[in-house]
Design a protein around this ligand. Structure first.
Ligand SMILES: [Zn+2]
Length: 286
């Protein structure tokens, strides 16, 4: 009996934990509850299909808002997004514009017919402007994500277990092995030197392992990408520093056909393929 009670208790704790971890925000929960209630009413013919569709839209809107809150306005860095998430953010922002835009059009029609006053649509205009701004932000971030993706993909041909050299035109112009060692102390030294030289921080575009690299199956831990053009002043400065320090690097010029340009310098040895079990790699340098 006692054993059974313990099991029940454990079961309850596990369920509570699971609920807490996967918990939806209040607005989504509320919209879902409303929809469930209306579905029952619709089943007995107590409400119209249009009313049900409205509740469905409301749930979709709350879910999209939650997506933006987490992935656009939250603390998640753009390099921590997966490709699907980056796409979903733009799609959610677009749907939020479309929903209000549709409502707004309907209201404008009513104003034209003299059914409602002009001031009635002010709120829709405000919301629409707000949501369009969100869409702009989402698209801007998607562009940055795409650049990072291109950078990571440009490195794919250096992944050590890949040997299709004839198939891919090599953007490589320079690859330096040096001592083969790249440490955090090297990076700190370079970052300080760059800032002193150019009066701005070193434009690091990927520091160690990112979700993006994980999703592409690369081990990028202990490696750093710097978004400089290898041939301009900053790139030349960086390369000469790395050579002096004997730190390995790869220069990537944008010469992969069909890819948008993403020149950068990859510091560290080439990435390796992640083992299929190795989904979580260390984040920083060692
Ligand atoms: Zn890299």
């Amino acid at each position: 009996m006692r054993v059974r009670q313990s099991f029940l208790l454990i079961g309850t704790v596990v369920l509570t934990l699971a609920a807490a971890l996967g918990q939806e925000p209040f607005a989504v929960q509320k919209a879902r509850q409303d929809l469930d209630r209306l579905k029952e009413l619709a089943a007995i013919g107590a409400i119209s299909k249009a009313r049900l569709a409205q509740a469905e839209e409301k749930l979709g809107d709350a879910q999209d808002e939650d997506t933006l809150r987490r992935l656009l306005y939250g603390k998640v860095g753009v390099e921590e997004l997966t490709e699907n998430q980056a796409r979903e953010v733009v799609a959610a922002a677009q749907r939020r514009v479309d929903r209000v835009s549709k409502q707004y059009q309907g209201q404008v029609g009513l104003v034209e017919q003299g059914v409602v006053s002009k001031s009635h649509i002010d709120e829709f205009e405000r919301q629409l402007a707000d949501r369009r701004l969100g869409l702009q932000l989402a698209e801007g971030r998607a562009k940055i994500f795409e650049d990072l993706l291109n950078m990571a993909q440009a490195e794919e041909i250096f992944v050590s277990e890949l040997h299709d050299e004839e198939l891919t035109p090599r953007p490589i112009v320079e690859s330096f092995t040096g001592s083969g060692v790249f440490k955090d102390a090297h990076l700190k030294y370079i970052e300080a030197g760059f800032e002193k030289q150019f009066r701005k921080p070193l434009p690091v575009s990927a520091r160690g392992q990112t979700s993006l690299h994980t999703s592409l199956g690369f081990d990028h831990a202990g490696r750093v990408d710097v978004g400089v053009n290898p041939d301009d002043e900053e790139g030349q400065w960086l390369r000469s520093q790395l050579q002096t320090l004997r730190v390995p690097y790869i220069v990537l010029r944008a010469m992969i056909p069909g890819k948008s340009t993403a020149p950068h310098i990859h510091i560290g040895l080439p990435s390796t393929r992640l083992k299929s079990t190795d989904t979580q790699s260390g984040g920083g340098l060692n």
